[in-house]
Design a protein. Structure first.
Length: 118
């Protein structure tokens, strides 16, 4: 059973950058599509970014396009989310997830908190 463990969250100021990482166990990491989601208090979970199995295709939510970059290193079983020009509205718990397509995900990690102060 795959496990996903996120890291890299924290408290930053508006305009700062953070890089989240999600390490996966198991030997089939490259077989999964991967995504980053976030959920703020009182709001629904939102898919922030997704990346294809080989890393050649990515998609982003309009709210983060141009500021966030998703990447993966299949040799290290790790997916990353580089977040630049952070805004207070980016404050949320961020989760990585695995799935069978760019829009279908079936397993999430425990999440890491990102807080952006103004």
């Amino acid at each position: 059973q795959v496990q996903l463990v996120e890291s890299g969250g924290g408290l930053v100021q508006a305009g700062d950058s953070l890089r989240l990482a999600c390490a996966a166990s198991g030997r089939t990491f490259s077989a999964y599509y991967l995504g980053w989601f976030r959920q703020a208090p009182g709001k629904e979970r939102e898919r922030v970014a997704a990346i294809s199995r080989g890393g050649g295709r990515t998609t982003y939510a309009d709210s983060v396009k141009g500021r966030f970059t998703v990447s993966r290193d299949n040799a290290k079983n790790t997916v990353y989310l580089q977040m630049n020009s952070l805004k207070p509205e980016d404050t949320a718990v961020y989760y990585c997830a695995k799935g069978s397509s760019m829009t279908s995900f079936d397993y999430w990690g425990q999440g890491t908190q990102v807080t952006v102060s103004s």
